[in-house]
Ligand binder design. Structure first.
Ligand code: ADP
Ligand code: MG
Length: 619
């Protein structure tokens, strides 16, 4: 009997190493089975194992033609440059490694390095000031950037070089007192080299501040919120969570700028500072070999640029971790395209234990907190989103909140976690007010630092997971316990691994979030929230972003938690889940708690017409 399998039944279509796309069926077949007759070539092996097949890459005639034309053009160009005696290559060779040129090159590199170092450091401070909540700092930073981006670099350099004319001495002390720590004649302090470093750095800072700020703006707000919800201090939120992700946007433009700076150092010729370009000018004015000497400078600049570009691609790879499912190829990997493999390199990993399989020391620790929401109101502009909401959630209970979209459910959860500040009313967890310190009859508003510290008692799981994509699964879990609770890293890792086992993801500890399915990501997010051992865990539509078949695995994890004693407040549209797990069901509409009670009662006999209407739609 002859089996004629059509293309889709070929389980592992060989791929073109250049495009990563499956080859057209015909090419695949002709390459896949060279030892068979043409009629049998469409037969797939019964066990689906293609490992002893040979793969022949597809032929790309147009690509070959294009490459040949390019090579021809390059050859013609090389011939015209090398064959024309007026380029003066012997003179070029004579000067390329000559001492004055190398000294000039050294100065150019030093100026670039100092300008970059000082410029980016000052730029980082300026960017931080620009996004800070202090209006004064923000305006000062804005004014600096406005000023130094407006002044042409040449003008700035000349002004700095003439600073001695404006101010005869430079001194450091306390103004309007006799106290002086240090005083120096300006002309001695601001040498041309100093003026060059200052000018390049001040100019560079203005531009790099905006580059860094643009990177920070490019990071999703959910990342700040997730970091805040874990109680990470603001500095750590910025340095550990946001900045590494911002780097993906910052690096390409920053290197662009760095390259401009390296070339921009040529501007300091105006100060008669013998860097590379000035040195070259001095030489060709003497020997009149203009073009060969300009080529000396050009080739050195080309070399600097090439080195910077190679460094850039490495730095970009470094920050691509986690942002891409697969790291981009390094330049040497692109030179050696890997062979497509038909058989799996290793045996498939053993199946992970199910969510319920792992027994847990964590479970014995659990103890929920009581949440009291009292008379809470919140408006956005004229829109009243929460209207006198009061709700008591006993310790260790499960409360499910349902209601139409826009009814204020998320805002209520975010207020409980103090991601949102309420206009009126109070929220307390185990008697401790959120956002305030109570002393006698007075409430002291807490600083952000203290709010963050208290926030670790309330975990939050978001609809969009908000895992930190640049950290591995394990690092996501370990981050807050170490940074906020001061846990020893080894202990935090042990707990993290235990939690991962609990949500059935032991084998994913080293994966990056984007390498996981939505349901797996959400289970990691739950484990991350649990790692802080919160008293209360808030879920904001934890399954809404998931494909239907993944909803169950996340709900299973939450169900298991429900029995562990942590207080759970869950916003969801999964009515079946509410019926089975909730102790208390709340229906919200237009910022009000319209109706609440035992799920059985509320679902079978809703009192309110609006509740009936809503349930009719979702049930
Ligand atoms: P739900 O989660 O029930 O769908 P939300 O709490 O997200 O509702 O939002 C309630 C209402 O508040 C919506 O009308 C929404 O548009 C509005 N809202 C939420 N956040 C903001 C905000 N930051 N600024 C202005 N309006 C907002
Ligand atoms: Mg919502």
């Amino acid at each position: 009997m002859r089996v004629t399998a059509s293309a889709p039944s070929l389980v592992a279509l060989p791929q073109s190493p250049l495009t990563d796309r499956p080859l057209p069926a015909s090419t695949a077949h002709s390459g896949a089975a060279p030892r068979e007759t043409s009629q049998e070539q469409t037969v797939a092996p019964a066990d689906g194992d293609y490992s002893d097949y040979r793969v022949v890459p597809a032929r790309h005639a147009a690509r070959w033609l294009g490459s040949a034309v390019s090579v021809l053009l390059l050859l013609a160009l090389a011939q015209s440059v090398l064959g024309n005696p007026r380029w003066g290559w012997p003179v070029f060779a004579e000067w390329f490694f000559s001492e004055p040129v190398l000294v000039g090159l050294g100065r150019t590199l030093l100026l670039t390095a100092l300008g970059a170092l000082l410029g980016f450091s000052l730029g980082a401070l300026l960017a931080a000031a620009r996004v800070s909540r202090s209006p004064l700092l923000a305006s000062l930073a804005w004014a600096y950037i406005w000023l130094f981006r407006s002044i042409p670099l040449l003008v700035l350099l000349l002004i700095l070089n003439n600073l001695g004319y404006l101010y005869e001495t430079v001194w450091l002390g306390i103004p309007y007192t006799q106290l002086t720590f240090f005083s120096y004649p300006t002309t001695q302090l601001i040498s041309p080299f100093m003026a060059a470093v200052l000018g390049l750095s001040l100019n560079q800072a203005a531009f790099s501040a905006e580059i860094i700020r643009s990177g920070v703006l490019s990071v999703d707000q959910g990342q700040w919120e997730a970091a805040a919800a874990l109680g990470l201090p603001r500095r750590r939120q910025a340095l550990r969570i946001v900045l590494p992700q911002a780097m993906r946007t910052i690096v390409p433009t920053a290197f662009n700028d760095l390259i401009a700076l390296a070339k921009g150092t040529a501007n300091v010729y105006i100060l008669a500072l013998p860097e590379l370009f000035y040195t070259i000018q001095v030489i060709y004015r003497r020997n009149l070999e203009v073009v060969p000497l300009l080529m000396v400078a050009t080739v050195w600049y080309l070399i600097i640029l090439t080195v910077l570009s190679l460094v850039q691609s490495q730095v970009e790879r470094r920050y691509a971790r986690g942002a891409l499912r697969q790291l981009p190829k390094t330049w040497w990997q692109t030179l050696r395209p890997g062979r497509h493999r038909l058989s799996a390199p290793t045996a498939p990993a053993a199946a992970a234990p199910g969510p319920r399989a792992a027994a847990s020391a964590w479970q014995s620790r659990a103890g929920g907190g009581e949440v009291r929401v009292h008379g809470v109101s919140k408006s956005f502009g004229h829109h009243k989103v929460l209207d006198d909401v009061s709700l008591t959630v006993p310790a260790g209970s499960v409360t499910v909140i349902i209601g139409p979209s826009g009814s204020g459910k998320s805002t209520l959860l975010r207020s409980i976690n103090h991601l949102e500040r309420v206009d009126a009313g109070t929220i307390a967890i185990d008697g401790e007010l959120i956002g305030y310190r109570k002393k006698g009859q007075t409430l002291y508003e807490l600083k952000e630092k203290d709010i963050l510290r208290r926030r670790v008692d309330v975990g939050m799981v978001f609809q969009q997971f908000n895992l930190f994509p640049h950290l591995s699964v394990l690092e996501n879990l370990v981050e807050a316990p170490v940074a906020v609770r001061g846990a020893a890293p080894a202990e935090a890792r042990a707990l993290a691994l235990e939690l991962l086992a609990r949500v059935g993801l032991s084998d994913k500890a080293d994966a990056y979030p984007r390498q996981l399915s939505g349901g797996q990501q959400q289970r990691v997010a739950i484990a991350r929230a649990l790692a802080l051992k919160p008293k209360v865990l808030l879920f904001d539509e934890p399954t809404s972003a998931l494909d239907p078949e993944l909803v169950g695995e996340v709900l299973d994890v939450i169900k298991e938690l429900a029995r562990s004693g942590t207080t759970l407040i869950v916003v969801t549209h999964e009515i079946g889940f509410a019926r089975e797990v909730a102790d208390h069901l709340v229906f919200m509409e237009q910022g009000r708690l319209l109706e609440q009670g035992a799920p059985e009662r509320l679902l079978s006999a809703p009192q309110h017409a609006r509740t009936r209407e809503f349930l009719a739609k979702v049930l």
